[in-house]
Design a protein around this ligand. Sequence first.
Ligand SMILES: [Cu+2]
Length: 112
Amino acid sequence: MAGLGPLLRTAAAFAILLMGACSADEPATVNLMIENFKFVPDPITIRAGDSIIWTNGDPVGHNAQASDNSFKTPLFFSDDSATVRFDTAGTFPYFCGAHPEMVGTVIVEPAS
Ligand SMILES: [Cu+2]
């Protein structure tokens, strides 16, 4: 079995390369926190096809809705979250419907 070692190592290296290549193009899910009535981070930059998951760290309900109405999450409460997938490149200002002074921006870059 001495001859199999190098072959396995090559196969393993190739598999790792493939995984790396795939993960660069795979749609990602990006975490965004709501803390002290702020969207963190803000602004946030993602790529078309990615999703943002907002998690509420405050003791009151929040949501995230686009100024252009392109997305709107339900109200979600402490430690709960909401996810929106962004398929279109562009800049999307958004706010919390319950607290309109809470504003943020999602920047969606074209997928490569
Ligand atoms: Cu809010």
